[in-house]
Design a protein around this ligand. Structure first.
Ligand code: ADP
Length: 617
């Protein structure tokens, strides 16, 4: 049936387009054919002809459509105007943007104006049905489920009375057209009550097809000027509507033609209406739809979980998946982070424990080294005591000599004050020399914690050589110095550096003491290292490192000397290493060469870099 009607629609559209090529412009009016296409064509073609006659250059055609065909036809683009029932108009207004240009008037013979309603009725002899509330559990008949006057108007009133037709009635049936069948079904007791549009009962009665007195009107209303029995609110009649794309001038011409149609025009008579009036307010229809949640308000219903799932289910699923994914991810990450944190803090604790143990051990080792080193210095000084005594003896003897010479001159009365002053100056100078020797010895035996400070290498080498002078003389050996002019300062502990030099020079002197012929010589060289530090070597012309064990000389307690301790080189090596340098031993030609490095003074912050640089050069 639908397919047949669609075919007809296509044929009509094609015919319209063919006609457009020559002759008047075809204008198509889609008409709701609730009683079939033929009925609609019969009813409305005179109206189309009326318009063709009033709007020059246009040929109006009727396009009979079912409710279902309306939407697609309007979307298709072959339709210019729409003539449909009030309910369908409001639905299309929302979905297809059509707008009314005139409202139909009810047929002139019943003087109903341009509004209509519905009547709800039962047999008067049914004592059990007097009000809408009595209809619960009863059977009910309307014209069409989608019928505006034929069901929806009554539905609204029933709903307001607390009755849901689809759950509270024992049955709901629809007669279809002709709607007269509803009245017959109620009359014959096939249903308990029924509804159809206002005026129908009066028409049937007028035509003698039924006696309307046998019916009781439920929830009767009265509206001034409205002549029919009515149970519902009143709503505007069918509108004549244009589409959004309809030419505005054409729409205006059509509206003027419709409004000027006399109530008794043959077109109105054929269409069973009473002409046209200005478009009415269709808001009450919207209200009905909204209340019943149908038509354009179908999806306005309470938001149930089911509807949500139906409408937004796919997004919900996506969000759910993302949410669950995020939760799982967050939980996994958190667990992982917690585990890693535990592992890390355990590792940290272990690390801290190890660091503390190592620091303790290092501290202990440092203290032992310092004690050992101090002990060794003291013992070295002890061993050098006779040499040092000799060293001190020289200035003391000189002081004695100068003092006695001065006294002699004073007593003999021969000395001038200048000569006396000169003697005193020499005494003072020798006193200073003795004090310097004492100071160096005290420095060597003092027991201070090592400190790191800039050490002037040249000066330290000279002072140690001075300290060893008596010893060297005793051994009949020379201490030669060969120092670069630009020998830099190094970083270190001055006493420790002195100790290393002392050990190496003493070993050198010991080694050359075995040389029977020729010069006995110990040479101290100082060179600037490529990294800015210093390389110091102590070479001798003795017999060289012990055969077969040149590397063993650094082992603690390794000694080839009768009264040796075997600690000097081991202590020197650890001192040099603790300064970040290296102490090595090799054979020279002849003798042995001991060489060690000391690190440069680290670059100072800018403000005093200049001062130190000047001091050095
Ligand atoms: P000690 O001098 O008490 O023996 P050292 O640790 O200073 O202790 O020296 C260890 C050994 O290294 C010496 O006994 C000696 O055999 C060897 N040695 C050190 N310096 C020299 C040197 N300049 N020439 C040859 N042998 C040396």
């Amino acid at each position: 049936m639908i397919r047949l009607a669609a075919g007809l629609l296509l044929v009509l559209l094609a015919a319209g387009q063919a006609a457009a090529a020559d002759g008047p412009v075809p204008v198509r009016i889609a008409v709701l054919a609730f009683r079939g296409a033929e009925n609609a064509l019969n009813r409305w073609s005179p109206t189309a002809d009326y318009l063709s006659a009033r709007v020059p250059g246009h040929r109006f055609q009727i396009l009979p459509l079912s409710l279902e065909q309306m939407g697609p036809a309007l979307a298709g683009g072959g339709v210019d105007f729409v003539l449909t029932n009030t309910g369908n108009y409001v639905a299309l207004e929302g979905s297809h943007g059509i707008s009314r240009i005139a409202t139909m008037r009810s047929p002139a013979k019943v003087e109903a104006g341009n509004v209509f309603g519905a009547v709800i009725f039962a047999r008067r002899d049914r004592a059990d049905i007097r009000a809408l509330g009595d209809l619960k559990g009863k059977s009910f008949m309307g014209v069409q489920h989608d019928g505006f006057g034929g069901f929806q108007m009554a539905w609204r009133e029933l709903k307001e009375a607390g009755i849901d037709p689809f759950t509270d009635f024992s049955s709901v049936t629809f007669s279809g057209f002709p709607q007269d069948e509803v009245a017959f079904a109620v009359r014959d007791g096939r249903v308990d009550a029924g509804t159809f549009r206002t005026g129908t009962l009066e028409n049937m009665d007028l035509e003698g097809r039924i006696d309307m007195d046998i019916f009781r009107i439920l929830a009767p209303k009265s509206y001034s000027g409205f002549p029919f029995l009515v149970s519902t609110r009143l709503y505007p009649e069918w509108p004549f509507a244009k589409l959004r794309r309809t030419d505005p001038e054409l729409a205006q011409a059509v509206a003027i033609a419709l409004l000027s149609m006399p109530a008794d025009d043959p077109a109105a008579v054929a269409g069973n209406y009473g002409g046209w009036t200005v478009p009415l307010d269709y808001q009450p229809v919207h209200d009905l739809f909204r209340e019943l949640r149908i038509g354009p308000y179908e999806h306005l219903g309470e938001i149930t979980i089911g509807e949500l799932v139906r409408q937004w289910g796919h997004w919900g699923l996506v969000i759910l998946v993302i949410l669950v994914g995020s939760l799982v991810w967050a939980a996994t990450t958190e667990r992982l982070v917690a585990r890693r944190t535990r592992e890390l803090s355990a590792a940290n604790l272990e690390l801290e424990r190890q660091i503390a143990a190592r620091l303790r051990a290092e501290g202990q080792a440092r203290r032992r080294r310092a004690e050992l080193s101090h002990m060794h210095r003291v013992s070295t000084m002890g061993e050098m005591a006779s040499g040092l005594a000799h060293e001190l003896n020289q200035p003391l003897a000189a002081i004695g000599n100068y003092a006695r010479g001065g006294l002699r001159r004073l007593r003999g009365g021969g000395g001038t004050s200048d000569q006396i002053a000169e003697a005193l100056e020499r005494i003072a100078a020798q006193g200073d020399r003795a004090a310097a020797i004492i100071k160096r010895i005290r420095g060597m035996v003092r027991k201070d914690a090592p400190v790191r400070a800039p050490v002037p290498v040249s000066q330290v080498v000279r002072e140690v050589a001075e300290l060893m002078r008596a010893e060297a003389e005793r051994q009949k050996a020379d201490i030669e110095l060969d120092l670069d002019d630009d020998l830099p300062q190094v970083t270190g502990d001055v006493v420790q550096v002195e100790q290393v030099l002392l050990n190496l020079i003493r070993n050198g002197l010991d080694a050359v003491s075995t040389v029977s012929a020729g010069v006995r010589r110990v040479t101290v060289r100082g060179r600037r290292a490529p990294d800015g530090g210093a390389v110091i070597s102590v070479a001798d012309n003795g017999p060289g490192l012990p055969d077969g064990a040149p590397g063993a000389v650094f082992d603690p307690f390794f000694t080839t000397k009768e009264r040796g301790l075997g600690l000097g080189l081991s202590i020197s090596q650890s001192i040099v290493q603790s300064h970040g340098g290296r102490l090595t031993a090799r054979n020279g030609r002849p003798g042995a060469v001991f060489e060690f490095t000391l690190p440069p003074v680290p670059p100072a912050p800018e403000q005093d870099a200049e001062g130190r640089g000047n001091g050095e050069s």
